[in-house]
Write a new protein. Sequence first.
Length: 292
Amino acid sequence: MAIRLSSENRVYAFARGMAPAATVDAGETVILEARDCYDGQVDLTRTPLSADGADGSLCNPATGPVFVRGAMPGDMLCATIEKIDVAPVGLIFGSNRDWTYSAGMAVHIEDGKVALPGGHRVPIEPVIGVIGVAPSGDDAIPNSTPGDHGGNLDTPDVRTGSTVYLPVAEEGGLFGVGDIHALQGDGEVCGQGIEIAGSVTVRLQVMKGTLGPGPVIDAGGHWAVVASAETLDEASDIALLRARDFVMARTGVKDHEAIMLLSTVCDLRISQIVNPLKTVRVCIPKRIAGAW
């Protein structure tokens, strides 16, 4: 039976030395209940919707941390997302282009679809915004911020069926998830997807060795090598160098040949442009880099 961890067990930053909320063996499945990105501070029955008075330090809570036995520094913690369940109501805010007006709306899910502005009804495709482990440095990293440890990646490839590989910096990994989106496009351009509470069913395994210094996602048909930095240019440079190394290691091609492959059959995609660090990913088809 899977361990279930309630959202009462939540943290607002990833850090070394966090006290585990649960301890599991590698290969076990965990169900983590998660609050929305506002930590439940927004009244979804209010019209108009308002986040006034919400404590920003409580945003993007992550449920956890989970200590995985056998996960040691230098390993990768492998989080296979088996299922994402969402609450019946979420929310999203948007502003006009000069930021003089902002409004929010409650978003109701019916028959697996949501009603969006303009009369559009579209299927939900849940995404996990925050997924990570303890970072390598001594300083705590707020959940709002992405990095090599994961964190607020807001990457649409982090969905049901994907496996997220995270570098282990501290024994046990200290894994957590939160910030579920019922739907989110690349870029998360208004600063939000459809923010919603829910639960994540995830199987946690340990890979000895590494796929790279930052998050890597097995998204089914492709690998996504993820990087974050202060600017999109910097994030792109880091992601491309890491993707080049990834391709070289898995195919045996030379350095200059790997960049040819990246330029002709791979995609550089923007994950998000709204967090303290920007996040991009290089998507590498498995016909190039193979399955694990």
